[in-house]
Design a protein around this ligand. Structure first.
Ligand code: G3H
Ligand code: 13P
Ligand code: ZN
Length: 322
């Protein structure tokens, strides 16, 4: 199968009560780990590239790595998506350069300016057979160069979504219902602590999601900032020389519930970073004399694969849905 858009994936996911995982890719090991898991589990998957990933690895390298993954896993649908595009030019460059889906994130602009920029991207994308994800509402955390402090995020306003989708023609909509980017999603005072002293974040705003679904029946919704920051990997990082105090994420059960509703795409990046970093730190601590990158990147790649397999089966529910 060649690279696909997300149109068919989202239709099946919406009707089937599951979500497709969108995982950020920055190098070969990450691409391999994600697609080996998706391939073995017969799951659709979205590989997404941020502006920062393009700056790090180069557009052509990333596209060619993804093309290699498509060739190695012909049995599953794979989409190549621009994550958090912040300008028409960036979106155009990815549309012209082989991506099948782009996100234009104009969520920090006014409602009117968000509509105008999103519409401009949609017109160019659709003319070239590419689909567009847009965003309404802002998440806390770091999105490339935009950093929104916890407390300054704004939930998506359900009363705005219909007009936004009608006027822009976007194909899917990222919303803010309490998820947040990065490994430090919430400050300690936004959370409670459980008996083990681990921070428990405030629950996602399912009431806002339900209102949005009523306004946009059948329309695919996207959740960013959906890493769960598994504490076993935070512990692994900290045990082997790292220092990540109070890193906390979105409980997986809440994401599973969202996937059963209209949420068709769930973005996960930080959990992959955490699994790789924990395993590389552990490897170095246990093998201080090793210096061959293939040796320490092998368990890191396996950790990506295990993490993605876990998400596909336990969070997304997309196994067997290719
Ligand atoms: O939401 C952002 C993604 O986690 C990508 O992060 O901008 O560091 O590549 P990045
Ligand atoms: P996390 O930082 O929670 O993994 O979110 C990733 C994301 O939303 C990428 O767009
Ligand atoms: Zn995001």
């Amino acid at each position: 199968m060649a690279l696909v858009t997300t149109t068919e994936m989202f239709k099946k996911a919406y009707d089937g009560g599951y979500a497709v995982g969108a995982f950020n890719v920055n190098n070969m090991e990450i691409v391999q780990g994600i697609t080996e898991a998706a391939g073995e589990l017969n799951s659709p998957v979205i590989l997404q590239v941020s502006k920062g990933a393009r700056a790090y690895a180069n557009h052509t390298y990333l596209v060619k790595l993804v093309e290699a993954a498509v060739a190695e896993n012909p049995q599953i649908p794979i989409a190549l998506h621009l994550d958090h595009g912040d300008s028409f030019e960036l979106c155009k460059s990815c549309i012209d350069g082989g991506f099948t889906s782009v996100m234009i994130d104009a969520s920090s602009k006014s409602f009117e300016d968000n509509i105008a920029l999103t519409k401009q991207v949609v017109e160019y994308a659709h003319a070239n057979g590419v689909v567009v994800e847009a965003e309404l509402g802002t998440l806390a955390g770091i999105e490339d160069e935009v950093c929104v402090e916890a407390g300054n995020e704004a939930y998506t306003r359900p009363e705005e979504v219909e007009e936004f989708v009608d006027k822009t023609g976007c194909d899917s909509l990222a919303i803010a219902i309490g998820t947040s980017h990065g490994a430090y999603k919430f400050t300690a005072d936004q959370c409670t602590r459980n008996e083990e002293g681990i921070l428990v974040p405030p629950p996602l705003r399912f009431d806002v999601l339900e209102e949005i679904i009523k306004k946009l029946p059948g329309f695919p919704i996207v959740l960013h900032g959906s890493s769960s920051v598994p504490q076993e990997f935070v512990k692994m990082v900290n045990e082997f020389g790292g220092n990540m105090p109070d890193a906390v994420g979105i409980p997986e059960a809440q994401l599973r519930k969202a996937a059963e509703l209209a949420v068709c795409k769930i973005n996960i990046d930080s959990d992959i970073r955490l699994a790789m970093t924990g395993n590389i730190r552990k490897y170095f601590a246990e093998h201080p004399d090793h210096f061959d990158p293939r040796q320490y990147l092998k368990p890191a790649r396996q950790a990506v694969k295990d993490m993605v397999a876990h998400k596909i089966v336990n969070v997304l529910g997309s196994d067997g849905k290719a």
